[in-house]
Design a protein around this ligand. Structure first.
Ligand code: B3K
Ligand code: ZN
Length: 878
C-alpha cells in the first residue's frame, strides 16, 4: 500500500474558492451536483488537476459550461485541458452515490432512515470529486432536496437562507456557510428528527440559537447536553476570550457512528452515546463524558475550524490542543481543588494504561507522525492524549496567563489558515519570550517528533554534615520503531519536599526543568532526610523511577499536599505488591501485607478526603498497567494476583466497606455533580467488595442487599453499580438481575450496550468468558453492523478482559481473528481498532505469544484486507 510521508508535503496545485452543492437525496441513488470556482495556485508549477474520489459514479464534467476531456487514475479524476492563466474557472461535476450501501459510515450514509455524513479525514471524496485535503478551504452553499414526509428536517453547515416545496411531495432547503472551511468539516443531515432549541445571548450581546436534534423518543434526554454546551460557550469566552461565531449552532445525534463525535462547522454530529442522558438511563460516567465531548467538539470551532491543519500529520495541532482545552474545562467545572485533582487522576490513568502501551508497542508514533498508510489509524491516544500533555507542559512552562497570551497570538496570526504544530509552538514561545519554553523551543519540540515514553530516574542523597539534600534526575527514552536513538527532552518536573512526619518543608516547592540527560538539584539547610514528592500533578508524560521506601510512600499517601501524588503513592505501593506476587513462584497467596491494608483503611475512613478521591485510591492498578511493567506477560497470573488483592481488600476491610456503603449510599435526588457522583462511586466500590467477600464466605446478606438495591435504584448509576457487583462477583443472583435489566431497558439502545459490555468484560472463571461472548453474538439484540453494539461486546472482550481473552488454548485470538476479518469486510475503521488488541503480543509469555502471532499472521495473509487493518497487523508483525 502507498505510504504517505510528512516530508512530501506540497501545496495544492489549484485552489477551490467556492463550492455550490445540490443534493437530490435518495437512499439507493443520491445525485450530487458540485459547482466549484477553481483557480490555479500561482506558486506551483502548472500541472493537471487531480481530484480525489471513491465509490462514485461519474455522470458529467463541465468546465465553464463546456464538456471537457478527462481521465481516471487510481480513483482520481484527472483534468488536463484546463484554462491557462490565473483566472478562476467554473468546474461542474455531476455524480451519484448509494448511501444505503455505505456500511463504512464514511461519506454520506443512512442510519435508521436518516441521512448523515462523516467526512474527516477523507470522507468528502465519497460524496463528490474534490481536492480532499485540509489546506484547501472554500465557502459552501448547499441545497438539499428530498421527500418531505420521510425527511422533514434538512440541515447543513451555516445559515438557512431558503426553503420551500417542490413537486412530487418533495421539499428543499438551502444553507450558506459564511466561513471558509476545509471539506472535512462539511456536513449534512436529512431525516425525521425533532430538536431542543435554546436561544442565548453572549457576553457581548450577540444572539445565537443552539439546537440539539434527536429522534422523537430521545427528546427527554437532551437537557444535559444542552447545559454542557451552554457552559462550554461561556467558558471559552471567559477563559480565552473566544466567542461563538455562528448564528446557529446545531448538534445532531446518530446511533450509527464510527467514533465519538465530529466538529463539522456549525453542525456537529454526535454518537448518541455522547448526547443522550437522563438519570434512568445514563450513569455518572456518561454524564461526565457528555459534558467533555460536547465541550470538546464546541472548542474545535476555534481550535480546528477557525485555524485548521495544513495536512493530517498536524492532527495533534487541533486534537491535542482541544483535548487539553476540554480537560481544563472539566476541571474548572468540577470546582474544588480536590475535584480537579480527581479529573486529573482520571486523565492520567487513561494516558498510562492506554497511551504508554501504544508508545511502547509496534504502533508507536510521534505526536506529529512522519508517515501513515491510512490516516484513520492515527486518531490515537498519542495524537490526542499525549498531544494534550504536550500542550499542558507548555502551559506549565509559560504559566496560565502566558498560555492565554500565546493562544491569542496564535489566532491573531493564523485565523482562517491551515497551519502546523510548529506554528502553534512558535506563537506560544513568541508571546512568552522570557519563558523557559522560548529559551528551549527547538528542544521542546522533540515532544512532537520523538515517539516513546521518556523515563526519569530520581535519586536523592542526604548529607547530614552539610545539611544538604541532593536530588539527581536522569532522563532516557527507549527506541521505538524507526527511531533507534532519542535526544533529550525538555521535562518540567514539579516537586516539593516533606519531612519524615509528612509536613511540607517550606521553600522546597519548585519546577525543575530537565533538559540535559542529567540534572542535580541541591536543597540547603535540611535538618533531616526529607521525603521527595516528585512529578507533582503529573507535570510531564514520563515514567518516573525512584527508590522511595514503602515508609516514604506511605508518608506521601497520608500527607502530601499534592493530591495527585497522594494517589500515586498508593498506586505505587499496590503495584510493588502486585509485581512481587506475579514474579514469585508457585500459587498466588496473599499479596497484601498488614501495613498496606492499614494505609488503605486509613484513606477509606479519612474524615476529610472526598469520596471520589477515596474511590480512586482504593481501586487497584489495572491488569494492563501491571502487564506493562513486566517483560514476559502471563495475563492469567496477573489476573489471579489482582483478584487475590481485591479479595484481601474485601475481607480485611469488611467492616469499613459496610461503613462506606452505609455512609455514601443515599444521595437524595439524582444530580450528576462531582460530589454526589463521587459518593455513588465509593458506594458502588463498597458493594463490589461486599459481594466479593460474600462469594468466599457464602454469606447471602450482601448479595441480597445488592439485588434489592438493583431493583430499588432510582438512577442508572446505582442500578448499574449493583448489577455490576453481582455480575463481577459471579453471584447466582446475577443471572436473574441481568434478565430483569434487559427486560426493563429493551428499547434503550445505549443501555443495551451497557448490558452487553458488562457481560463481555466480566471476570473469566474457568474459561467461561469466551463461550459467554459467543452466545451473546447470537442474541437477537446483537447487531454487528452497529459500531456501538459491536464495540460493547467484541471490543470489550478483546481489549478490556485480559484474562478472558488471553486463553492458553488460543481460542480468544481465533475469535479475534474471525471478528476482525468479518468486520473488515464492511467497516475497516471499526475493524482496525479491534485489530489493535494484539499490539503487545511480543511481550506475552508462551503459550500465548505463539498463538497470538499465528492469529496475526492469519489476518495479514487474508485477501482482501483493508489498508486500515493491513497497516495495524503489518506493523505488529514487523
Ligand atoms: N475530529 C473528530 C474525529 C474524526 C475521526 C476520523 N477518523 C472528532 C474529534 O476529535 O473531536
Ligand atoms: Zn477532537
Amino acid at each position: 500500500p502507498r505510504i504517505v510521508r510528512r516530508e512530501d508535503y506540497a501545496p495544492p496545485a489549484y485552489w477551490i474558492d467556492t463550492v455550490d452543492l445540490t443534493f437530490d437525496l435518495d437512499p439507493a441513488k443520491t445525485r450530487v451536483l458540485n459547482r466549484m470556482r477553481v483557480r490555479r495556485n500561482p506558486d506551483v508549477p502548472a500541472q493537471p488537476l487531480r481530484l480525489d474520489g471513491e465509490e462514485l459514479n461519474l455522470a458529467r464534467v463541465l468546465v465553464n459550461g463546456q464538456g471537457t476531456s478527462f481521465k481516471m487514475d487510481g480513483g482520481q479524476l484527472v483534468l488536463e485541458a484546463l484554462p491557462e492563466g490565473p483566472e478562476p474557472f467554473e468546474l461542474e461535476i455531476f455524480t451519484t452515490c448509494a448511501p444505503e450501501k455505505n456500511t463504512q459510515l464514511m461519506g454520506l450514509y443512512v442510519s435508521q432512515g436518516t441521512f448523515f455524513t462523516q467526512c474527516e479525514a477523507e470522507g468528502f471524496r465519497r460524496i463528490t470529486y474534490f481536492l480532499d485535503r485540509p489546506d484547501v478551504m472554500a465557502t459552501y452553499s448547499v441545497t438539499l432536496r428530498a421527500d418531505k414526509q420521510r425527511y422533514p428536517v434538512l440541515l447543513s453547515n451555516g445559515n438557512l437562507v431558503d426553503s420551500g416545496e417542490l413537486e412530487g411531495g418533495r421539499h428543499y432547503a438551502k444553507w450558506v456557510d459564511p466561513h471558509r472551511k476545509p471539506c472535512y468539516l462539511f456536513a449534512l443531515v436529512a431525516g425525521d428528527l425533532v430538536c431542543r432549541s435554546q436561544p442565548i445571548v453572549s457576553r457581548h450581546g450577540t444572539e445565537h440559537l443552539l439546537q440539539i436534534y434527536v429522534r422523537q423518543a430521545d427528546l427527554d434526554k437532551t437537557e444535559h447536553a444542552m447545559q454542557s454546551l451552554m457552559a462550554a460557550i461561556a467558558w471559552d469566552e471567559t477563559r480565552f476570550g473566544l466567542p461563538l461565531d455562528l448564528e446557529r449552532f446545531m448538534v445532531v445525534a446518530t446511533g450509527d457512528f464510527n467514533m465519538g463525535a465530529m466538529e463539522n462547522k456549525g453542525l456537529n454530529i454526535f454518537n448518541t452515546k455522547y448526547v443522550l442522558a437522563n438519570p434512568a438511563t445514563a450513569t455518572d460516567t456518561d454524564y461526565a463524558n457528555i459534558e467533555s465531548v460536547v465541550a470538546h467538539e464546541y472548542f474545535h470551532n476555534w481550535t480546528g475550524n477557525r485555524v485548521t491543519c495544513r495536512d493530517w500529520f498536524q492532527l495533534s495541532l487541533k486534537e491535542g490542543l482541544t483535548v487539553f482545552r476540554d480537560q481544563e474545562f472539566s476541571q474548572d467545572m468540577a470546582g474544588s481543588p480536590s475535584a480537579r485533582a480527581v479529573k486529573r487522576i482520571e486523565d492520567v490513568r487513561v494516558l498510562r494504561t492506554v497511551q504508554f502501551p501504544e508508545d511502547a508497542g509496534p504502533m508507536a508514533h510521534p505526536v506529529r507522525p512522519d508517515q501513515y498508510a491510512e490516516i484513520n489509524n492515527f486518531y490515537t491516544v498519542t495524537v490526542y492524549e499525549k498531544g494534550a500533555e504536550v500542550v499542558r507542559m507548555m502551559q506549565t512552562l509559560v504559566g496560565r496567563d502566558g498560555f492565554a497570551r500565546g493562544l491569542k497570538l496564535y489566532f491573531e496570526r493564523h485565523d482562517g489558515q491551515a497551519v502546523t504544530c510548529d506554528d502553534f509552538a512558535q506563537a506560544m514561545a513568541d508571546a512568552n519570550p522570557e519563558s523557559e519554553l522560548a529559551r528551549r523551543l527547538p528542544q521542546f519540540k522533540r515532544w512532537y517528533s520523538q515517539a516513546g515514553t521518556p523515563r526519569v530516574q530520581a535519586r536523592g542523597q542526604y548529607d547530614a554534615e552539610a545539611r544538604t539534600y541532593t536530588l539527581t534526575l536522569r532522563q532516557s527514552c527507549p527506541p521505538t520503531p524507526g527511531q533507534p536513538v532519542k535526544e533529550p527532552f525538555v521535562i518540567p518536573v514539579a516537586l516539593g519536599l516533606l519531612d519524615a512526619q509528612g509536613h511540607a518543608l517550606p521553600h522546597t516547592e519548585r519546577l525543575v526543568v530537565l533538559h540535559e540527560p542529567e540534572t542535580t538539584v541541591v536543597f540547603e539547610g535540611m535538618d533531616a532526610a526529607p521525603v521527595p514528592s516528585l512529578l507533582r500533578g503529573f507535570s510531564a508524560p514520563v515514567i518516573l523511577e525512584h527508590d522511595l521506601t514503602d515508609d516514604e510512600l506511605r508518608t506521601l499517601l497520608a500527607h502530601d499536599t499534592d493530591p495527585f501524588n497522594r494517589w500515586e503513592a498508593g498506586q505505587q505501593l499496590a503495584l510493588r505488591r502486585a509485581l512481587a506476587a506475579v514474579r514469585a513462584d508457585g500459587p498466588v497467596h496473599e499479596p497484601l501485607d498488614a501495613p498496606f491494608l492499614e494505609a488503605m483503611r486509613t484513606v477509606l475512613r479519612h474524615p476529610t478526603l472526598d469520596a471520589a478521591f477515596k474511590e480512586l485510591v482504593l481501586t487497584l492498578p489495572a491488569e494492563t498497567y501491571i502487564a506493562e511493567q513486566l517483560d514476559a506477560v502471563d495475563p492469567q497470573r496477573i489476573h489471579a494476583v489482582r483478584e487475590a488483592m481485591r479479595r484481601q481488600l474485601a475481607h480485611a476491610l469488611h467492616e469499613d466497606w459496610v461503613w462506606a456503603y452505609e455512609q455514601h449510599r443515599d444521595n437524595g435526588a439524582y444530580r450528576p455533580d462531582p460530589v454526589s457522583a463521587g459518593r455513588r462511586a465509593l458506594a458502588g466500590l463498597a458493594l463490589q467488595m461486599l459481594c466479593l467477600a460474600a462469594r468466599d464466605n457464602g454469606n447471602p446478606v450482601w448479595p441480597g442487599k445488592t439485588y434489592q438495591r438493583f431493583k430499588d435504584a432510582t438512577n442508572m448509576t446505582d442500578r448499574y453499580a449493583a448489577l455490576s457487583a453481582l455480575v463481577t462477583a459471579g453471584h447466582e443472583l446475577a443471572a436473574r438481575a441481568l434478565e430483569q435489566f434487559h427486560a426493563r431497558f429493551r428499547d434503550e439502545e445505549l443501555v443495551l450496550d451497557k448490558w452487553f459490555a458488562l457481560q463481555a468484560g466480566a471476570p473469566d472463571r474457568g474459561g467461561d468468558a469466551l463461550p459467554r461472548v459467543q452466545a451473546l453474538l447470537q442474541h437477537p439484540d446483537f447487531h454487528l453492523r452497529n459500531p456501538n453494539r459491536a464495540r460493547s461486546l467484541i471490543h470489550t472482550y478483546c481489549h478490556a478482559n485480559p484474562a478472558g481473552f488471553h486463553r492458553a488454548d488460543g481460542a480468544g485470538y481465533a475469535f479475534w481473528r474471525d471478528r476482525v476479518l468479518e468486520i473488515d469486510a464492511f467497516n475497516p475503521q471499526v475493524a482496525a481498532r479491534l485489530a489493535r488488541a494484539l499490539d503487545r503480543w511480543k511481550k506475552l509469555a508462551e503459550p500465548y505469544r505463539r498463538a497470538a502471532q499465528a492469529a496475526l499472521q492469519a489476518v495479514a495473509a487474508h485477501e482482501p484486507l483493508s489498508t486500515d487493518v493491513r497497516e495495524v497487523v503489518t506493523r505488529a508483525l514487523a
